[in-house]
Design a binder for this molecule. Structure first.
Ligand SMILES: Cc1ncc(COP(=O)(O)O)c(C=O)c1O
Length: 384
């Protein structure tokens, strides 16, 4: 099945993704590992396809949210190191151990169950401790870390391979004091452990923004998501990188994803005719409209009603009325000779025009991360 048999599809630009991976590899150097965050269906880009390209381009390991994502990768023949970042139910930990999946751990209940599983089967599991440094989500409190590690040491099959934390406020600001405070807390935890004779090899803290902005956050591994897909984490990160960072002068990101559909119908309607549910919009002039076979179920947010734009024949065409579950209607009055099954770009470039995830996200009050991760996973991803 190729894109020609799909009414909507997502194209993944392999060369662009490879470029982005290599940009980050150059930035972090050969001593630091690159974990590619492929959770949320590789930020909407397609879990298996992206993982294989990223690994071929030099990524060292993959980060997923759930055991189910990890198992999809294993079933697709991916034997690379996979770290599960999100929660795994105790009833599914045995599957994680059997499939050689690394786990992010921060509670004793999980450790007890891992201890039971590894003892019974005389097997082993690698875990990464998550330290709470100020994000107030998963994580062991800094002052409890040593006690927690002593508890883990009761279970010989449970190996502490990594220790990590996650920044709360590094994208949304150009004031990095909160992130610096978190980094300091993490460094203190690490140094206290070292004083107690505990050296955990794989220390990691950095997401995209931290990796680009602060080399001191790199430690042994960085966990990069959004920017490997060619997006800036935020306008603030882009601003700081551009303003201050000589180190990044040759650094560039390329957009990886283009989301397309086709025209399903073209017709003419008179000035004053209402379009769509609720009759929320009436065309002001005699108009030509095109019906496109995608809607909010596909991930085209309903808030784009009357606001969104798509590209047809290289021209921007506005969404008329409400986004339906499986359709939208756009104004093609200014486009020449639009025909059924003409290609439409929902996200990406066509001719000289471009619809960016940043602009669409901005127009509906969200962020590029949410916009791309919401593209329905059932839509075919085609690597080009
Ligand atoms: C724990 C963790 N590390 C790394 C990342 C990657 O972050 P980014 O996409 O900003 O690079 C995420 C994503 O939210 C995350 O939750």
């Amino acid at each position: 099945m190729d894109s020609a048999s799909q009414k909507t599809w997502v194209e993944i630009d392999q060369a662009a993704l490879t470029h982005n991976v290599q940009q980050f590899k150059n930035l972090i150097g050969s001593e630091v590992k690159l974990l590619v965050a492929v959770k949320a269906n590789a930020y909407g880009h397609g879990l298996v396809g992206v993982s294989k390209i990223a690994l071929a381009a030099g990524a060292d390991c993959l980060g997923v949210d759930s055991i189910d994502e990890a198992l999809v990768l294993r079933q697709a023949g991916v034997d690379a190191s996979i770290l599960i970042i999100g929660y795994v139910l105790r009833s599914r930990l045995a599957e994680a151990v059997e499939n050689d999946l690394r786990l992010t751990v921060y509670n004793q209940e999980t450790i007890e169950e891992l201890g039971r599983i590894t003892n019974l089967g005389k097997s082993e599991v690698n875990i990464h401790l998550k330290i709470e440094t100020g994000t107030s989500r998963q994580g062991v409190m800094p002052e409890d870390t040593l006690k927690f590690i002593k508890f883990i040491k009761k279970y010989p099959g449970v190996h502490i391979e990594g220790i990590s934390t996650h920044f709360a406020n590094i994208e949304d600001t150009t004031d990095y004091s909160y992130a610096q405070k978190q980094l300091k807390t993490f460094q203190e935890v690490v140094s206290n452990l070292e004083k107690a004779g505990i050296n955990i090899p794989l220390k990691h803290t950095a997401n995209s923004a931290a990796t680009m902005l602060f080399p001191e956050t790199h430690f042994a591994m960085v966990r990069v998501g959004i920017s490997l897909y060619g997006f800036w984490p935020s306008p603030e990160t882009r601003q700081t990188v551009q303003e201050k960072n000589g180190r990044l002068k040759d650094f560039s990101l390329q957009t990886v994803l283009t989301w397309k559909t086709v025209v399903a119908q073209v017709k003419n309607i008179k000035a004053g005719t209402a379009v769509g549910y609720g009759c929320t919009e009436k065309v002001k002039r005699d108009s030509q409209i095109a019906v496109l076979p995608i809607g909010y179920w596909d991930g085209y947010d309903r808030k784009l009603s009357r606001v969104g734009e798509v590209l047809i024949k290289g021209q921007r065409c506005k969404v008329l009325g409400r986004v339906f579950m499986n359709m939208i209607v756009v104004d093609v009055t200014n486009c020449k000779e639009v025909a059924v099954e003409d290609e439409v770009v929902l996200l990406g470039k066509q001719g000289l025009e471009e619809i960016t995830a940043d602009s669409l996200a901005d127009s509906i009050g969200t962020i590029n991360y949410e916009f791309v991760t919401r593209i329905n996973p059932l839509i075919k991803r085609v690597v080009i």
